[in-house]
Design a protein around this ligand. Structure first.
Ligand code: ASP
Length: 280
């Protein structure tokens, strides 16, 4: 069993050591819960569970605590991918739900598995998701003071379960201050991808991640025989010509864990089958 979660990028300059510590502690607590959960659930179920806990934590830029867009509204995106069945589902620019990842989960049952904007909102309402404002005082203050970002981060999780199945889940409040209608990478195969060989979740500037096709590219390279390290190094080198800003986490079917970032810093926590580790 393996789990690797990330809490997105944070900016060293705008974030106190106290906040960094708080984020690390939150990640470890969520990792512990996800570990327990994984003993009786699949990789897919556990990745959704871990991301829902990250969405519930206001320290991170997903679900509660999501960043506010240029028109003052919050629009969130989330996706899951089951490596075993290679089914992907997601919501893009959904509003007024507490856990976008659970709407993505519900969409796994549908033929139409990625919904955006008003369609996603309508689907959530008709499926019984209660209206919920994910805006926090902190995000509102940042928005009103026109600060671009205080280093809140997208969240993601990759899991290998006891049966050797893999899954990835990712959720975001976006970049902050974006033009309404902008599409984040998080609910695309560039930001979240998995198959029977490897599962990847990304964070960073969505446009850079999409330009590189990062998650799907790493998974394809591992499928074709590269190690995680080789696949990451090659794919990240391809961000360099345009100084792409991205980070990614991965687990392979062999139980290898790997993460890399083009620009520091991301917060991570992992369980390698024996022990927990927290990194920044
Ligand atoms: N990737 C997210 C986006 O561009 C933002 C982030 O990861 O911080 O919407």
């Amino acid at each position: 069993m393996r789990i690797l979660i990330h809490g997105g990028f944070f900016s060293e300059s705008s974030q106190s050591n106290e906040t960094k510590l708080e984020k690390q502690q939150a990640l470890i607590q969520i990792l512990e819960k996800a570990k327990d959960y994984l003993t009786e659930h699949t990789a897919l179920q556990t990745s959704i569970y871990a991301v829902s806990l990250l969405e519930d934590c206001p320290l991170f830029n997903a679900g509660i605590g999501s960043q506010i867009q240029s028109d003052g509204e919050i629009r969130m995106s989330a996706a899951i991918m089951d490596g075993a069945t290679q089914k992907f589902s997601g919501v893009i620019n959904i509003e007024d739900v507490k856990n976008p990842i659970h709407v993505a989960e519900k969409l796994m049952e549908e033929d139409d598995r990625v919904l955006g904007g008003s369609g996603a909102c309508r689907y959530a309402k008709l499926s019984g998701f209660e209206a919920y404002s994910t805006q926090t005082e902190d995000r509102k203050k940042e928005y009103l003071s026109k600060k671009q970002s205080t280093g809140t981060g997208t969240v993601g999780c990759v899991v290998l379960d006891q049966e050797g199945k893999l899954a990835a889940a990712t959720s975001t409040g976006g970049k902050g201050f974006e033009i309404p209608g902008r599409v984040s990478d998080s609910a695309t195969i560039a930001g979240n991808f998995a198959n029977q060989h490897c599962a990847v979740s990304c964070t960073g500037v969505g446009e850079d991640i999409v330009s590189n096709g990062l998650a799907t590219k790493i998974v394809t390279r591992v499928t074709d025989g590269m190690t995680l390290e080789q696949a990451f190094k090659k794919s990240f080198s391809e961000l360099k010509p345009y100084d792409g800003f991205a980070g990614a986490i991965a687990v392979s079917k062999n139980g290898d864990l790997y993460f890399l970032e083009s620009h520091p810093k991301i917060v991570y926590a992992s369980y390698n089958g024996a022990e927990n580790t927290v990194f920044t």
